[in-house]
Design a protein around this ligand. Sequence first.
Ligand SMILES: *Cc1c(COP(=O)(O)O)cnc(C)c1O
Length: 482
Amino acid sequence: MIDALPATGVSAAQVLAELRELRAADLPTHGGRLFAYVYDPAVPGLDELAHAAYALSAHVNGLDPTAFPSLLAMENALVGAAARLLGGTSETVGTVTSGGTESLLLAVKAARDARPELDRPRLVVPSTAHAAFAKAAHYLRVELDVVPVRADLTADPAGMAAAIRYETVLVVASAPSYAHGVIDPVAEIAEAAARLDVRCHVDACFGGWVLPYLRRLGAELPAFDLSVPGVTSISVDLHKYAYAPKGVSVLLHRDQALRLPQYFAYADWPGYTMINPGVSSTRSGGPIAAALAVLRHLGDAGYLDLARETREAVVTLAAAVQATDGVRLYAPTETTVVCLTTDEGVDPFVLADELAARGWHTQPQMAYGKIPPTIHLTVTAAVRPTTPAFASDLADAVAATRARGPVELPADLLATAGALTPSAVTPQLVAGLAAGLGLTDGAVGPMATVNTLLNVAPPPLREALLTGFLSLLQRPPSQGVL
Ligand SMILES: *Cc1c(COP(=O)(O)O)cnc(C)c1O
């Protein structure tokens, strides 16, 4: 248990030693065996450079760019680089944000506030669009129209076009989608939106910094960026395939007029006039300086090399999946995601545990509509050196999974869960369930039973259960760990 406010201060050396001890419980952020959450280029010295740059600007405040012109210059440089990479013109402008969610939130806000006459603005997304759009719709009171994707997991342009109404303020496409790594037909969707004079945002948060390089390496990928007529904005996370430390994304708009309603301005109080392009007012310069340092150090040629290594890793992992009985690719591996599913007799959630036991940390994805449970691997350049060991570990893990058989939920647990409704999920109930499932702290252990339970729960119940569980974890130490 950590006391964040000890009676007297602790030495710097001891504080750092304590932090290192805490970090030891985390999943490995380096080493190419964690296929979600982290993006690692495995470039020697890059971390040190990013940390030094971060430290230089950590106390600089993005609240007022005229007070800290260094930050204004850095942000403009990042936006310029993103615009160059993503089909921008001399008219293109943008905003540096804290992450993909903020970029998407702001794209929706700009679109909503460009149509102030609407009482009930609406947002059209494919069913594979990132959950951050649902969050934006919720925060901003915009109605969400979700259009089912086609059998190949790409957005259905005809369905999207049919969903656009007078109240629609924004239409969305992903390049690529996070869950499956496939690219939506951006040109057709943007054209349908433009015909009706509706904005179109391309969510390239995940792949925006790698797709242009994959294309240069010869991949035949559809056009997806600002060069496509009708695309009015696009987002790209620098803390993903630009390999910057966490906390940086860029939202680009085709021109200044499109960006203007994104700003929040307020002069009607006794303090300073607040003009914010994004959600936060006070913002650290640290992540921005670190991102700039990483971009400049790697350079265009560096990103091309990293994209090549990433693709090599994807191809090797995909071949391993195809060569292993009991698992198969669920989505085409056209970008940097390997998404697999399992055959009868191989429980996907047990398989994820068996892979984790062998040091491969993947991301299980629950069933959705006709889509079965899948296992997601975000592949980054650091994965390439580890790939030769994957095939045999995957074969072993599948064999062990078969031997264990599918998860059988205890009858009493099933009965309890079957009768549950979201409103019945109280903190007491969640605490009881968590104790029964042996979830005694936040550390990741075997999750097959929990995932099986969550997988059969309808989405609203799953949301309530996981919210309750996080709420249980997110309490100060004085209230006791679980
Ligand atoms: C990661 C991601 C987001 C959300 O970004 P955060 O940085 O996690 O807030 C949005 N869209 C896509 C496609 C993503 O992969």
